[in-house]
Design a protein around this ligand. Structure first.
Ligand SMILES: *Cc1c(COP(=O)(O)O)cnc(C)c1O
Length: 364
């Protein structure tokens, strides 16, 4: 008797593990593990969710027309060049399904987002990782990693989990160094948090080139991670391909309505950014004062490096979990001595720093 067998490579995939939201024996946890917004969703988005409940029997608009038009108006883009998705993770999968076949390759940075290798492997693709400079994507290394089989180059900008970014001229140089047949995917999930003026989310590159697509999400600064809604802006040829691959109702009606309301609540987004601008540098300073190394970040999270041994990252994680503070373990990304910390509310940040001071001060 032989059981149904998955496609080659599937069983080699390590399942993606999201950040923890609960700890055994702890009633109230502090969740700093998933880069969610500590301010939560806009009250206007919450009202839109409630209002949609009465219409739950209706199919959504499969084309997410109103949301695409709202995004187009907000950013000054063409609605036809936008596609909406069930979180931006779905876009990563759709892009691989559309462009990556068995034996094809994707190129990504060594510590790039883990959904890229997972989605590519599902399609039988091979993953080529380019080395980095100081935990930052290296344009020359990415270009050098391209072969005849390369179909997609994935760049998270800013990158998760490192928090580092490439300035817009470097991203343009990457695009120019890739063959036209290679699709450059710029994953700008944290774009709204970046305040540096040499940064661009990539819309300008998409407007100029047919082999660039930018992906965005409502999961991060908009605080709608639970609703699963993302979008992409790309060349008409690429968007048309993705529409053929996506499910007919891939984005649900509640998420569409909430996203439209969230997009319009500019004050809420500004508040989330301002909060981050205060507390990310504060956390960075406090961690450094405790003797921990921190990778400089432009996002709403920090990669914090621990000394080894009894003051190592896993020991710190276990210590913090007992106090109900949840960070993100980084071993899946190849960081055995680091944890990722999402910027939280003031009291959460203060509780974390106090707990870490206890951990580092405690005798091993
Ligand atoms: C969180 C994250 C995403 C996925 O976001 P969803 O829209 O919730 O699927 C994509 N890329 C990066 C780099 C992320 O950190």
């Amino acid at each position: 008797m032989s059981l149904p067998e998955p496609q080659p490579g599937i069983m080699a995939i390590k399942p993606y593990r999201g950040g923890a939201h609960s700890a055994e024996g702890v009633e109230r946890v502090i969740t700093l593990s998933a880069n969610e917004s500590p301010l939560g969703p806009s009250p206007k988005a919450v009202a839109a969710v409630r209002a949609m409940a009465d219409h739950a029997h209706r199919y959504p608009d499969g084309g997410a027309t109103a949301l695409r038009e709202a995004l187009a108006a907000h950013y000054g883009l063409e609605a036809d060049r936008i596609i909406c998705s069930n979180g931006s993770d779905e876009l990563i999968s759709l892009l691989c399904a559309a462009y990556v076949g068995p034996g094809d390759e994707i190129v990504m940075s060594r510590h790039g987002f883990l959904m890229y290798p997972i989605a590519a492997t599902v399609c039988g693709g091979k993953v080529v990782m380019a080395p980095e400079n100081e935990l930052t994507a290296n344009v020359d290394a990415l270009i050098a990693a391209v072969s005849d089989r390369t179909r997609i180059c994935f760049l998270a900008n800013p990158n998760n989990p490192t928090g580092t970014m490439l300035p817009s001229d470097e991203v343009a140089r990457l695009r120019d160094g890739l063959p036209e047949r290679v699709l450059l995917v710029i994953d700008a999930a944290y774009a709204e948090y970046v305040t540096r003026n040499d940064y661009s989310a990539g819309m300008d590159l998409v407007a100029r080139h047919d082999n660039v697509i930018m992906t965005r999400t409502f999961s991060k600064i908009y605080g709608l991670a639970g609703l699963r809604i993302g979008w992409a802006y790309g060349a008409p040829g690429v968007i048309e391909v993705l529409h053929r691959v996506r499910g007919p109702f891939n984005t649900n009606a509640v998420a569409q309505a909430a996203a439209i309301a969230a997009l319009a609540d500019v004050a809420h987004v500004d508040a989330a950014r301002s909060h981050n601008d205060i507390w990310r540098p504060w956390l960075e300073r406090e961690f450094r004062a405790l003797g921990l190394e921190v990778t400089p970040s432009v996002g709403n999270f920090l990669l914090v490096h621990f000394p080894g041994g009894d003051k190592g990252a896993q020991a710190a994680d276990a210590f913090l979990v007992k106090r109900g503070i949840l960070l993100r373990d980084m071993q899946a990304y190849g960081f055995d001595h680091a944890l990722r910390v999402t910027v939280g509310l003031e009291e959460e940040n203060r509780a974390l720093v106090a707990a870490l001071a206890d951990f580092l001060g405690a005798k091993g």
